[in-house]
Ligand binder design. Structure first.
Ligand code: 5AD
Ligand code: SF4
Length: 447
């Protein structure tokens, strides 16, 4: 590659999960420290980071088409940006990207992005470089301090997964489970609050497996970490995602009943309602044990809003097995849920299983499942009508004087009134739609 001038502007484009959003924010902060600024709206950036997701569908193909678009726009403008491919596609297919896309000068895996600045220096010299090492969470120590935060912030506490569900690439792209140290997390949480955060969502591919040692050297789990963060002045709300049913311990269930700052919302993926399919997925729980677990959470926190993930069309899934998934949805009454068509991931055990389900069947099952989920979501929203609750104001609405925020149950609430982003406002939930609620302001609540 030809040497080029040092980039002055950047754009980070994150795909996929919230962990990627967090990584994207941290990369942006790092570039900011180097004096590189976000490219103004509508302008091409000197440096583009494609922070990719590999979990479903033709994610890699999307990356190649994005690269193609950047090259085309760059040729027209007379200057192609420096392109870095980051995230899980970089980890899984880094060498292939380098071979197939000569416009890419950097490939950086999720555990290596703290080395991005040095890679940019080399790229400016015309050198293409790849870093997909997986050192144990070295990156966090190497990142700059948190200086600015949105009211609702993310904090990655755990990375990687040891569960090896047979359809999933995460154990291969993000590696083994690693927990960030307790002291680092309590410090980063305080910094986030100083920087403007009122709500923190603790993130991990398998966040309920987080473990660490508190300041007295006692072993603590996620509930212990949540209890510590609840002591942080100025922090009003705590959430966590994503969990696996196998790691939900008594202490975490109890925390939902005891800690006011822990929001009444639980995202607990189940994937299927059929025990035969769950076994083939290597999920280590049954439909019944999942339902019983939810009952214990609901006993601790009766107004808990439930969310889940589902896969339809896992290899060999029959109509009767799919019907068991619909029955589970009926039994739970989710406040919201995510559902996906099974997507074969190279290198995973399920990719070579017999009886892959056809696309038409998957499409049709997904539609039926989503109709059931939407029905329950609307019902949940309607059941909230008439309630008063706090809303954390996250952004302006479409019309002047309109604001958008989240209820404790993670519903989108919009309302009109005098307030500012980051305020906690007491709102009467007046009218429910399928995806959001209209609120009437009662009062702004102090920190
Ligand atoms: N195909 C479809 N969905 C998948 N998920 C993970 N891997 C796959 C796959 N190969 C879904 C699961 C998981 C969510 C993050 O993505 O439901 O909980
Ligand atoms: Fe993937 Fe989640 Fe299963 Fe881990 S627990 S293998 S991240 S689906």
């Amino acid at each position: 590659m030809k040497p080029t001038s040092a980039p002055r502007t950047y754009r980070v484009k994150s795909f996929g999960c919230q962990m990627n959003v967090y990584d994207g924010e941290r990369m942006a902060e790092m570039l900011g420290e180097r004096g590189i600024t976000p490219a103004p709206e509508g302008e091409e950036a000197d440096l583009v980071v494609l922070n990719t997701c590999h979990i479903r569908e033709r994610a890699a193909e999307k990356v190649y088409s994005d690269i193609g678009r950047l090259v085309k726009a760059g040729t027209k403008a007379g200057k192609t940006p420096l392109i870095a491919v980051a995230g899980c596609v970089a980890q899984a297919e880094g060498d292939e990207i380098m071979a197939r896309a000569p416009a890419v000068s950097m490939v950086v895996g999720p555990q290596a992005y703290h080395r991005l600045p040095a890679m940019i220096d080399r790229a400016v010299q015309g050198e293409r470089n790849t870093d997909t090492d997986m050192p144990a969470i070295a990156k966090f120590a190497a990142l700059p301090e948190r200086r600015r935060s949105a009211p609702a912030a993310f904090l990655t506490v755990q990375e990687g997964c040891d569960k090896f569900c047979t359809y999933c690439v995460v154990p291969y792209t993000r590696g083994a489970e690693i927990s960030r140290p307790y002291a680092d997390l309590t410090l980063e949480a305080r910094k986030l609050v100083d920087a403007g955060a009122r709500e923190i969502t603790l993130l991990g591919q398998n966040v309920s497996a987080w473990s660490g040692e508190d300041e007295r050297g006692h072993k603590v789990g996620l509930a212990g970490l949540i209890r510590a963060l609840a002591q942080v002045d100025g922090l009003a709300r705590i959430r966590y995602t994503t969990s696996h049913p196998a790691d939900m311990d008594d202490d975490l269930i109890a925390a939902h009943g005891e800690i006011d700052k822990l929001m009444p919302y639980l995202h607990l993926p189940v994937q299927s309602g059929s025990d035969r399919v769950l076994k083939a997925m290597n999920r280590s729980h049954s439909a019944d044990s999942y339902l019983r677990l939810l009952e214990r959470f609901r006993a601790a926190r009766p107004d808990l809003a439930l969310s889940g993930d589902f896969i339809v069309g896992f290899p060999g899934e029959t109509e009767a097995e799919f019907a068991e998934t619909l029955a589970l949805v009926d039994a739970v009454g989710y406040a919201q849920a995510y559902s996906f068509k099974y997507s074969s991931r190279p290198g995973t055990p399920a990719a070579t299983m017999a009886d892959q389900v056809g696309m038409e069947v998957m499409d049709e099952r997904l539609q039926r499942l989503q109709a059931a989920i939407n029905r329950d979501q609307h019902a949940f929203n309607r059941a909230s009508e008439g309630r008063d609750c706090e809303v954390l104001v996250e952004r302006k609405g479409k019309l002047p004087g309109q604001w958008l925020g989240k209820s404790p149950w993670l519903q989108s609430v919009w309302f009109e009134g005098e307030c500012a982003i980051g305020d906690l406002v007491r709102v009467h939930l007046a009218e429910a739609g399928p995806n959001s609620l209209r609120g009437l302001v009662r009062e702004t609540v102090a920190a």
